[in-house]
Design a protein around this ligand. Structure first.
Ligand SMILES: Cc1cc2nc3c(=O)[nH]c(=O)nc-3n(C[C@H](O)[C@H](O)[C@H](O)COP(=O)(O)OP(=O)(O)OC[C@H]3O[C@@H](n4cnc5c(N)ncnc54)[C@H](O)[C@@H]3O)c2cc1C
Ligand code: FES
Length: 265
C-alpha cells in the first residue's frame, strides 16, 4: 500500500474538538466499511501516521471524523480546504457485512467510535430486507453530554438506521452508556457491531457472551507503523496464531475489527 496525496475539500467542526474532513484521494477507491487510513501530519518531527477510520468513502472522496486528542490530530485539524496531506490506505480488515444477513443488527457507537460505524450503517441499510441484508438496523450512539451535539446521529438516520441517543449525564437522550440504553429500552439484537473506548468494548464483549449474541468490535488502540511490521499494536487472542504460535494479533493488519469472542480485553 503506497502513500498518496489527499486534497482537503471541506472541513467542519461538528462540536467542540470534533472535526469532520472530506478528502479527495485515490485511497477512497475500493475502501470497505471498517477500514482505516494513516494520516501523516506535515511536521517532520511527527513521522508516524495517525490511524483514522474511514467514516465514509465514495469514488475518490473519503470522509474522516476525528477528535483532537494530541499534537498530531491538532495539526491535521488546522489544515485548510485546498491544502494537501499524505495518507496511506485503505488498511485493515473492515466489518463482516455478511454476518448481518437476515439478522436484527445493533450498532453500538461510543463517542468517537461512531465514525467507524457510519459506512457500515449505510451499507447495511442499502441491503435491508434483501436476501443478503439485515432485517433491521438500529444504532445506539452514546455521548458524554449534550455539548457533543449528538454528532453524526442525523447521518445514521439519513441512511435509514433507527437511532437511539444516550448520554452519560442524561442531558440528551437516555441517561447512561450505550449498553444501559439497550437494556433500558429493551433493545434486542441477533448481531452486534461496536466501536468505542476499551471499557465499553469490554462490557459489550461480556454482554454479548452472556446473551449468546455474536459481536464484532473495532479496536482503536495506539499504533506505530500501522502496516504490520513493528508489533506495536498487538492484542491478546484466545487462540494461538497459526503462523507465529503466540496468542497475539496485530490490530493494524488482523484487525481493527475482531470477533469479540476471539480477543482478550
Ligand atoms: C484503527 C484506528 C482507527 C481510529 N479511528 C479514529 C477516528 O475515526 N477518529 C478519531 O478521533 N480517532 C481515531 N483513532 C484514534 C486516533 O488514531 C488517535 O486519537 C490519534 O492517533 C492520536 O494522535 P495525536 O498525535 O493527536 O495524539 P498523541 O499526542 O499521540 O496522543 C494524545 C493522547 O491521545 C491518546 N491516544 C493516542 N492514540 C490513541 C488511540 N489510538 N486511541 C485512544 N487514545 C489515543 C494518547 O494516549 C494521549 O493521551 C483511531 C485509532 C485506530 C487504531
Ligand atoms: S502498528 Fe506496527 S504492527 Fe501494528
Amino acid at each position: 500500500m503506497k502513500k498518496c496525496v489527499a486534497h482537503i475539500i471541506s472541513k467542519t467542526q461538528l462540536c467542540e474538538g470534533i472535526i469532520d474532513m472530506r478528502l479527495r484521494t485515490e485511497a477512497a477507491r475500493g475502501a470497505r466499511c471498517g477500514q482505516f487510513v494513516l494520516v501523516f501530519p506535515n511536521d517532520p518531527s511527527r513521522l508516524l501516521g495517525r490511524p483514522l477510520c474511514i467514516c465514509q468513502a465514495q469514488e475518490d472522496c473519503l470522509r474522516i471524523v476525528f477528535r483532537i486528542s494530541g499534537r498530531g490530530t491538532q495539526e491535521i485539524s488546522e489544515l485548510h480546504t485546498d491544502e494537501k496531506i499524505m495518507i496511506e490506505g485503505p488498511l485493515g480488515n473492515g466489518w463482516d457485512v455478511s454476518a448481518a444477513a437476515g439478522k436484527e443488527v445493533l450498532l453500538l457507537c461510543g463517542g468517537i467510535g461512531a465514525p467507524a460505524l457510519l459506512q457500515l450503517a449505510q451499507d447495511l441499510c442499502s441491503i435491508k430486507g434483501k436476501e443478503n441484508g439485515p432485517k433491521q438496523v438500529r444504532a445506539i450512539l452514546g455521548y458524554r453530554d449534550a455539548s457533543m451535539k449528538a454528532f453524526l446521529a442525523e447521518d445514521f438516520k439519513e441512511h435509514g438506521a433507527e437511532v437511539i441517543i444516550a448520554s452519560d449525564d442524561g442531558s440528551i437522550g437516555v441517561g447512561g452508556n450505550v449498553l444501559d440504553a439497550a437494556k433500558q429500552e429493551g433493545i434486542g439484537a441477533d448481531v452486534i457491531y461496536a466501536c468505542g473506548p476499551m471499557p465499553m468494548l469490554s462490557a459489550v464483549k461480556g454482554y454479548a457472551r452472556e446473551k449468546g449474541i455474536p459481536a464484532y468490535i473495532s479496536l482503536e488502540e495506539r499504533m506505530a507503523c500501522g502496516v504490520g511490521a513493528c508489533l506495536g499494536c498487538v492484542v491478546k487472542t484466545a487462540e494461538k496464531d497459526g503462523h507465529s504460535h503466540v496468542n497475539n494479533a496485530r490490530i493494524c493488519t488482523e484487525g481493527p475489527v475482531f470477533d469479540a469472542s476471539e480477543v482478550i480485553l
